[in-house]
Design a protein around this ligand. Structure first.
Ligand code: ZN
Length: 403
């Protein structure tokens, strides 16, 4: 059933902008968000700003309730003078984060500290943009009702979609799982839900959440590699989430290590995704074992039962993922590579090959990079989308992907 369109009064409250839309305010707010509570002196040090500049930026944020300043006895004693701690008031505003997969929409209502307050999942029957927007508006209505209960205004919506996504234009240029080309999703969704909408690549959105709150906190350079339906990579270089000039930086799924390898949906041969994505693994397990496994879960089960053919397919996938990680590390020298995604369920089957191929391809000191795993369910991806909405809200430069 198609949900009714939102009325303006349900969908949006009067647009109240984030105060002091200056780069310094956005920078300070982001620092307090991921490292707070902090004293003003600590904020000044981390932001490389003068205490006066911090005070100037913090004042309107405190006046409007986005930041709170608490007296902290321990700091007072340690410093021998008053040093109040500044923190974000999470309850001051709410955001919706939505992750669209090929067969499901996962949505969360998150507060200003990006803590998930409510999470919902609905199956996606119709992958066309109209179908996704209809399902999306139903979910948004439900979550706006929850927001009403929480008593804070909803300030924006973030939508995360896999593929080639232009955040600045709000455009999904190409999404293989949805079979979309050139869908102006941000504008379509904003018209449907009546709130500001940020659209970004799903792995990049997840990378924002990991940078602010997860395994990337405090790291200037890291990579998040996701394995599953696709093979993706979010990159943080010099403290910024990288989109590249064309919005497709980090597409390690389409590095080709074998020009004679299997055909990829992108048109090339031997891409990492053509060997190590779930659909590629299912195809190869069928070919290798002669058993007609229906999906990735069955392929995984067969391998876990010890079928040598199925295990060999996972080993090959692991070797290709490991080489791709080696390429990222050789190019950018991250401090850490975090491997995540639904494909982690098979990690025991290809961990040794990933590590072996990475060690063989990493050059010199690059091999010191910490390669680690972190399970992140789809709710965390939706939370990443909420993080991009928060990012847009607190920054004057709105939709662009600069971290
Ligand atoms: Zn490809």
């Amino acid at each position: 059933m198609r949900p009714p369109p939102l009325t303006p009064s349900e969908a949006s409250r009067p647009a109240e902008a984030f105060p002091a839309h200056t780069p310094a305010a956005a920078q300070i707010f982001t620092i307090v968000l991921s490292h707070g509570p902090l004293t003003r002196a600590e904020i000044a040090r981390r932001a490389a700003l003068s205490p006066a500049a911090v005070t100037k930026a913090v004042r309107p944020l405190i006046e409007l309730g986005y930041l709170l300043e608490d007296a902290d006895d321990e700091h007072r004693r340690a410093l021998g003078r008053p040093a109040n701690l500044v923190r974000v008031d999470g309850g001051r505003a709410l955001f919706l984060g939505v992750k669209v997969t090929g067969d499901e929409i996962i949505a969360v209502l998150a507060d200003l500290c990006c803590r998930i307050r409510v999470a919902r999942r609905v199956p996606l029957g119709d992958r066309r943009a109209e179908g996704v927007l209809a399902t999306l508006s139903g979910l948004v209505l439900e979550l706006l009702a929850e927001a009403e209960e929480l008593g804070a205004p909803v300030k924006g919506v973030g939508i995360a979609v896999s593929g080639d996504v232009d955040r600045a234009e709000g455009l999904v240029r190409y999404s293989p799982f949805l079979e979309w080309r050139d869908v102006p999703l941000a504008n379509l969704a904003a018209m449907t839900v009546g709130l500001p909408v940020t659209v970004d690549n799903d792995v990049r959105a997840l990378t924002v959440a990991e940078q602010w709150f997860g395994a990337g906190v405090g790291l200037a350079d890291f990579a998040l590699v996701t394995v599953g339906a696709g093979i993706g990579c979010g990159l943080v270089v010099g403290g910024r989430v990288v989109s590249g000039a064309h919005g497709v930086a980090g597409e390690i799924g389409h590095l080709s290590f074998d020009p004679a390898g299997p055909r990829c949906h992108c048109g090339n041969r031997g891409c990492v995704e053509a060997v190590a994505s779930e659909s590629a693994i299912v195809r190869d397990v069928r070919a290798e074992t002669g058993i007609d496994v229906a999906d990735a879960a069955q392929a995984l089960e067969l391998a876990h039962r010890g079928d040598p053919g199925a295990r060999a397919v996972y080993a090959r996938a692991g070797a290709v993922i490991g080489r791709a990680i080696g390429a990222v590390v050789n190019l950018l020298g991250p401090e850490r590579v975090i491997i995540s995604g639904e494909g982690l369920a098979a990690y025991d089957l290809f961990a040794a090959e990933i590590k072996g191929a990475f060690a063989a391809s990493a050059f010199g000191a690059a091999a010191r990079c910490d390669v680690t795993t972190c399970p992140l369910p789809f709710e965390e991806w939706a939370r990443g989308a909420a993080a991009t909405a928060i990012q847009s809200f607190i920054r004057a430069d709105s939709r662009d992907g600069r971290g």
